[in-house]
Design a protein around this ligand. Structure first.
Ligand SMILES: Nc1ncnc2c1ncn2[C@@H]1O[C@H](COP(=O)(O)OP(=O)(O)OP(=O)(O)O)[C@@H](O)[C@H]1O
Ligand SMILES: [Mg+2]
Length: 483
């Protein structure tokens, strides 16, 4: 017996076909669509009971399909699918009238259960023993949606809180202590924060810690990666648009600033934002207001802004690629996270942290690292910073599973450096053709680099090690091009 009519809209072909097959095997009649624009046309005339749609799609997105159902007073109940990271967009879909959401990656059984419960509600709404009318549908669905959001969010929020609890940012170095102190000081203010540092140093982690340690923690934290979204889309992502603002704008859409109301917005890779959008962002920072694309109504925003970049904004300013006024507005509270090689004291404790984590996740039981392996890790430069260290540890745990990690187990790049060093040290024969002055400069340079690396780059300490004045050291560094 046919259980109901389902339309599935998903731009990933294999998910679409597997899900369609699964629901068909379980008694539903399924119309799969890879093209959301075509789905929109089909939705109107085919009397579907249930719509299952992906949220992020080119052309027409899932939210627009949900809005279309409302606008056309269709009976169809909408279910949206979205990644764990875009929970907030699932919630806004629920607010726009979606019946339910499913977080990716999902189990097919989970989808089936959700479709079954949508069918149950659908029949309930159509049955004769309750009064008909749209208000009833709206009320019933709202109640279902609210319950779901409240239930899931308590679970989700406590999971998130745990994940971004301050204690989960590991660091014993002086540099990280300063970062912690800054987070603590600014978290519960409204100040705009600019987090800087190389790739993989933990900028996003810090941004999240700021949000989850502020009084806005129960409101959304909306993340926007300004570098990953094409310029043409970024504007509508940030500010939203009014129905009819451009071809394809079939209904009004809220931007991320509005979705973040009462909470925080994290503008990642802000250095990649186009000049044109920088002007608009500046206005949000100055006036706390903006208009949706194609709209004339000024919308006030109550949102905390946290921005991050791995580029040197000062340099971009002097190259005229980043507006100076915006830079000053963003840089109210700067938090700089130094690269891992400049705070090597953090390496052992991070290793332990990631080791415990990876053991737990992979049900493995690596006890630790041999002295030699630890030494190689301590001396490695980590161009990919903490993320690279985390990956190395995870890979070792997965590959070895128990016992100790020895130096041979480490990725080759780690111990080949050791070998290079050894070769370098043997090459002490003097190339007299270079001339006396060059040789002395080279020797001086080596000494200074060694002293600086032993003192984590703190010049006053390096000067002490070398038994010279700090100013002398700085002069020498300038002369030798060591800045
Ligand atoms: N101090 C830390 N303690 C524990 N984990 C950390 C720490 N710093 C970074 N990590 C972990 O390293 C990874 C990279 O961190 P994150 O994504 O915050 O870096 P990022 O600076 O935003 O990098 P990118 O510039 O590439 O976006 C994450 O998995 C994060 O959990
Ligand atoms: Mg990041």
């Amino acid at each position: 017996m046919e259980k109901g009519k389902v339309i599935i809209v998903e731009d990933e072909e294999h998910i679409l076909s597997m899900l369609s097959e699964f629901l068909t095997a379980n008694g539903y009649t399924v119309d799969p669509f890879i093209d959301s624009k075509k789905a929109l046309a089909a939705l109107k005339n085919n009397g579907y009971h249930v719509l299952i749609t992906d949220l992020m799609m080119p052309k027409v997105d899932g939210l627009q399909l949900i809005n279309f159902i409302q606008k056309e007073y269709l009976d169809t109940l909408g279910i949206v699918m979205t990644g764990y990271g875009s929970m907030e967009s699932a919630i806004s879909a629920m607010r726009c009238g979606a019946f339910d959401y499913i977080l990716k990656p999902f189990k097919f059984e989970e989808v089936l259960a959700t479709v079954d419960s949508a069918m149950y509600y659908f029949k309930l709404l159509k049955s004769d023993n309750i009064p008909k009318g749209l208000t009833l549908k709206a009320n019933l669905l709202r109640r279902y949606a609210e319950n779901k959001i409240i239930r899931e969010n308590t679970i989700l929020r406590s999971a998130l809180k745990d994940k971004y609890k301050f204690e989960n940012i590991i660091g014993v170095s002086f540099a990280m202590q300063k970062v912690f102190e800054m987070i603590e000081r600014v978290a519960d203010t409204n100040a705009t924060v600019l987090v800087t540092g190389e790739s993989g140093v933990g900028k996003e982690l810090v941004a999240r810690a700021i949000h989850y340690n502020s009084s806005k923690r129960d409101n959304p934290l909306v993340v926007v990666n300004c570098g990953a979204i094409p310029e043409s889309l970024l504007e509508s992502e940030l500010f939203g648009y009014e129905k009819g603002a451009f071809t394809g704008a079939v209904s009004t859409r809220l931007g991320r600033f509005e979705l973040a109301t009462g909470g925080s917005i994290f503008l990642d890779e802000i250095g990649d934002m186009s000049f044109n959008l920088q002007v608009k962002l500046l206005r949000v920072l100055q006036e706390k207001a903006f208009e949706r694309i194609g709209g004339s109504k000024t919308i006030k925003v109550d949102v905390r802004i946290i921005a991050a970049t791995n580029r040197k904004l000062e340099d971009l300013v002097s190259e005229n690629k980043f507006r100076e006024d915006l830079y000053y507005r963003l840089n109210v509270v700067p938090i700089h996270i130094p690269p891992l090689r400049d705070r090597r004291q953090d390496i052992p404790i991070l290793i332990n942290f990631f080791l415990e984590q990876s053991n737990r996740i992979n049900s493995a039981s690596i006890e630790g690292f041999s002295e030699e392996a630890m030494k190689a890790l301590m001396e490695y430069d980590f161009p990919g910073n903490v993320r690279e260290l985390q990956n190395i540890v995870e890979r070792m745990v997965v590959l070895k599973r128990d016992g100790h990690i020895d130096i041979e187990d480490l990725p080759e790049k780690l111990y080949s450096i050791e070998k290079e060093d050894a070769v370098l040290q043997q090459e002490t024969s003097i190339d007299i053709d270079k001339g006396y002055d060059t040789l002395v400069s080279e020797f001086e340079k080596t000494l200074i680099i060694k002293a600086l690396s032993e003192t984590q780059g703190v010049k006053s300490k390096a000067a002490q090690v070398l038994n010279i004045n700090r100013t002398t050291l700085i002069e020498k560094m300038k002369r030798l091009g060591l800045d």
